[in-house]
Design a protein around this ligand. Sequence first.
Ligand code: SF4
Length: 239
Amino acid sequence: MSINIKKIIKINELLIKHFGVPERQNPLPNPLDTLIATILSQNTNDNNSYKAFNNLKKTFNNWEEASNASKKEIEKLIKVAGLANSKSYAIKNLLNELKKRNDFKLNFLTKESYKNIIDELTKFKGIGVKTASCVLLFSLNRNICPVDTHLHRILNRIKLVNTKTPEKTFWELNKNFPDKIAHTFHTNLILLGREICKPIKPNCSICPIEKMCQFDKKNFITDKKETKKRILLLDNIGI
Ligand code: SF4
């Protein structure tokens, strides 16, 4: 199935109207920071993964120094992010390998095609396509759109794709993704997934892309708590 580029561009415009243009980090984070932060972010909230990342950053002067720490030490520092055993294993394995290559800047990635970069990064245990594609978008500034569970759910609901897993959605979406909009599209769809198009009871009555969505189980019954929260929010910002 070929992807509907016009639909992506239109959705991107509607999401910008609703959420604005998301800011980019300046300068872009280095690829190894993004890799480790994304490993830590799996199955936890932003707050806890940020705390775990900061614990590592405060304890070690650089990633080379962290590579000399034991797995146990790393596990203790990142405990707040959950799954500390598997995450510390992935981090330690990655750092050991980079030490062997003497390449903590991941220079081996920069000139490769996006498919080669994903191939290379997913050879490391504990690094999947989503983590690798975050490095491409956030650190290497490639026009590649990572797909997490929010994007996978929404893109299937609006019938832009018809896929069974986030990884399949990723390959389908990025076959022919429109220029320059991957960061905005990705970031705003995550916001939509967190705030409006939730897994259960999406709030379709306030959805900015409702007219473009072909989900057959739309929900227009407004949750009273959500409505109250929204009225309070609008009051606070004076609308
Ligand atoms: S209309 Fe409903 S199901 Fe469709 S994208 Fe919006 S919130 Fe999700």
